[in-house]
Design a protein around this ligand. Structure first.
Ligand code: FAD
Ligand code: EPU
Length: 354
């Protein structure tokens, strides 16, 4: 059992026992002690509990058993957007990590500041978006960031790190695993608010047209292995759309999404479905699919090489819901550039060609 939070911490912040299924977009996850850090003065005590840091829970698969560590969410003191005026010709906007990314995007659009609208439709807190370097086909979160406020692993005090010294890449922030993101400053060019709004709306519509946004999921499960072979197309070509284990299903809409349509999937249902997909992709095409979704309190096999995965002989029954064919943390991308000046490229959905 983790040590209890001090009385003072509990008075200034919020601590409760909660099921993480209620705090993740997958609607999966067992019970945990969940603290919301409202008072920045308690940061060191929060860190001393070695918690897992939770944003909007939109990129997480959490196991069903009780979580041994406490879970920390950033609260009041980290929920802000501030216009800081101009620096070197660009407008500086500061945002705390608890801020909803959608709110930050709306703020920038209304202020006529271009860039963040390219992330429209990505469900995230600012902290989760920084940690994941969340992105779309157009851009990544760290494209617009000039510096981040973080606590590096092994430390308990915040510091600012310039974006130029972060070797960020596709879905990777370039800082050591375990870095805590408290906030950031964006450096933005001007843009016409009407044009930015229209662009954001188009991106949201494109997502809604191609992704199963109405059902619980954690977004794309796998990183794209290459530009030529996006994971969704690969899983689709392998005939796995609609494949179901227990309550977890490969989305018939987008094959890189696993959905939880009945809100009754167990984490192990998802793990077994992931196992099936990764084994099939390796057997049929020699491709190693890597998880994009972060897993807490789940079997280590999610990171294992597919050739080492066990077969799916136990557990809940396998059902098919569509008529398709039968089934029988440092940045890993070697050629990714960390240069923020490279700006947008044609395809920001892999590390390829950056
Ligand atoms: P969480 O899921 O809460 O956490 C993700 C990871 O970040 C965890 O390891 C957590 O410990 C860590 N973390 C969270 N906050 C902090 C912090 N302050 N400091 C340190 N670590 C922290 N992603 C994309 O990139 N592009 C998309 O287009 C996209 N579309 C999606 C669509 C849907 C319907 C869904 C459900 C997800 C989608 N995702 C997409 C995935 C998700 O939106 C992103 O990964 C997002 O960045 C997650 O942010 P979060 O706040 O929910 O982080
Ligand atoms: N495709 C199929 N079948 C499918 C799904 C996709 O054939 O079931 C094909 C599409 O037709 C397209 C190609 O695969 O030719 C790529 O698909 P898509 O345009 O949907 O893009 P993606 O690479 O699958 C990426 C991000 C998404 C992001 C979109 C839009 C990754 C892993 N995914 O998807 O991010 O929303 O681009 O910008 O990089 C996420 O990270 O969670 C996520 C949803």
């Amino acid at each position: 059992m983790p040590a209890p939070f001090s009385d003072g911490f509990r008075q200034r912040n919020r601590v409760a026992e909660e099921r993480l299924a209620g705090l993740t977009t997958f609607r999966i996850g067992g019970p945990a002690t969940v603290a919301v850090l409202d008072d920045r003065a308690d940061l060191a005590e929060a860190i001393a509990h070695a918690p897992r840091w939770l944003g909007k829970g939109a990129n997480l698969l959490v196991g069903d058993a009780p979580l041994p560590q406490p879970v920390m969410r950033l609260g009041r003191d980290f929920d802000y957007i501030r216009d800081l005026g101009k620096r070197e010709g660009r407008s500086i906007v500061a945002a705390g990590s608890a801020t909803d990314l959608a709110k930050l995007i709306s703020h920038c659009i209304a202020a006529g500041l271009a860039g963040p609208e390219g992330l429209a439709g990505v469900p995230a807190t600012v902290g989760g978006a920084l940690r994941m370097n969340a992105g779309t086909v157009h851009c990544w979160t760290l494209d617009f960031v000039s510096r981040v406020e973080v606590v590096l692993p092994g430390r308990d005090a915040p510091e600012w790190i310039e974006r130029g010294s972060m070797a960020a890449a596709y879905r990777c922030n370039g800082l050591p695993p375990g870095t805590i993101f408290l906030g950031c400053e964006l450096a933005l060019e001007p843009g016409d608010p009407a044009v930015l709004k229209e662009r954001g709306a188009k991106l949201k519509k494109a997502k809604a047209d191609t992704q199963p946004l109405a059902l619980p999921s954690a977004g794309c499960v796998f990183k794209n292995p290459s530009k030529e072979t996006p994971a969704g197309r690969l899983v689709d070509q392998l005939g796995l759309k609609g494949c179901r284990i227990g309550g977890a299903e490969v989305s018939p809409v987008h094959a890189n999404f696993i959905v939880n349509p009945g809100r009754d999937a167990l984490a192990m249902d998802v793990v077994r479905l992931v196992r099936r997909i990764r084994r099939t992709a390796f057997r049929e095409r020699g491709i190693v699919l890597e998880m994009e979704v972060e897993a807490w309190n789940c079997p280590d096999e999610l990171r294992a090489h597919p050739s080492e995965l066990p077969d799916e002989s136990s557990g809940r029954p396998v059902v098919r819901s569509s008529g398709r064919q039968d089934l029988t943390d440092a940045c890993a991308t070697p050629n990714a550039s960390g240069d923020p000046t490279t700006g947008q490229t044609d395809d920001r959905t892999t590390g390829q060609g950056q």
